[in-house]
Design a protein around this ligand. Structure first.
Ligand SMILES: NC(=O)c1ccc[n+]([C@@H]2O[C@H](COP(=O)([O-])OP(=O)(O)OC[C@H]3O[C@@H](n4cnc5c(N)ncnc54)[C@H](OP(=O)(O)O)[C@@H]3O)[C@@H](O)[C@H]2O)c1
Length: 266
């Protein structure tokens, strides 16, 4: 297998490391295409693949070309990249909000996968949803999925429009989780704990509770009921959350994120 990663920042490097970890590609067959001289020098020192420019002829021999640049850099990049791409390359874009049609017309190629990963990909615990151009075969889609799955779980959607909701739910999801954890730590501090103690109480609670969701064989409502006895402390907190519409607020925020994703991808 030969792979090119175009744009070796945060996400590009996560994929490079995951592919090497699972022996999907050798360092010799992994091309790392970057723009700035400074970044190229840094990549050379890391010694995890062959560093090259975006119009390097070797890119045309790649089975898979991953586009991991920021969406705003894509139009410029596409002018150079399309000179070396062939119709045999499968292109996987992870650029947020960049639609298949737009990638396809900028590169004048049709073998495109559009994927939306999230930041826990760094730990191999990511969630990636993806869609594909109609011309791709099942074999080609599977090949791409095997690569995406090196960073966590994957799900395929035939309907590209659903990727806006994915962006809002699992793409931005880590930030919602961090936000809730932060509010809990702040509440701990306002009750007299120092930051470290409050963070320990909250983080271990979130970790254990996450595992209960997957192992306790109970619904979320049953899990809530099991902690909240009538007239007790948990119920006091939940009543305030209900009165303040915290749950509805979270849901509305996520729907707003979906709408923004769809606006940005137009
Ligand atoms: N981070 C996330 O959690 C996440 C989640 C889902 C999707 N994504 C998507 O992943 C993509 C990459 O995000 P990131 O966080 O990894 O960004 P990043 O760290 O900024 O990495 C992008 C890299 O691409 C390079 N680049 C820019 N223009 C280039 C060109 N013409 N040719 C070659 N390389 C070029 C940049 O170099 P310079 O710095 O020199 O410009 C940078 O090293 C984005 O499209 C984003 O929407 C990110």
């Amino acid at each position: 297998m030969k792979i090119t990663i175009v744009g070796c920042g945060n996400m590009g490097m996560i994929y490079a490391r995951a592919f090497l970890k699972y022996n999907i590609v050798s360092k010799e067959n992994l091309l790392l295409a970057e723009k700035s001289e400074k970044r190229k020098e840094e990549l050379l020192k890391l010694n995890i693949g062959q560093v090259c420019v975006v119009n390097d002829k070797r890119i045309s021999e790649s089975d898979i070309v991953i586009l991991a640049v920021k969406p705003q850099d894509f139009e410029m990049l596409s002018l150079e990249l399309r000179q070396v791409l062939t119709s045999d390359n499968i292109i996987i874009s992870i650029m947020a909000g960049m639609k298949l049609g737009r990638i396809s017309s900028a590169l004048v190629k049709h073998n495109i996968i559009r994927a939306m990963p999230n930041s826990p990909a760094e730990l191999g615990m990511g969630m990636t949803a993806f869609t594909a151009s109609k011309v791709l075969s099942i074999e080609q889609i599977r090949k791409a999925e095997n690569l995406l799955a090196t960073t966590g779980r994957t799900v395929f959607f035939e309907n590209e429009d659903l990727l806006d909701a994915v962006t809002a739910l699992s793409g931005s999801g880590p930030a919602y989780f961090f936000y809730i954890v932060k509010q809990m730590i702040e509440a701990g501090k306002s009750m007299g704990f120092d930051e470290a103690t409050s963070a320990m109480l909250v983080k271990q609670t979130m970790l254990g509770s996450f595992h209960l969701i997957n192992t306790a064989n109970k619904s979320l409502d049953e899990l809530i009921q099991a902690v909240a006895s009538r007239g007790g402390t948990t119920e006091a907190a939940l009543t305030v959350f209900e009165d303040q519409n915290v749950g509805k607020g979270l849901q509305q925020g996520i729907i707003k994120a979906r709408d923004r994703a769809s606006q940005l991808s137009q």
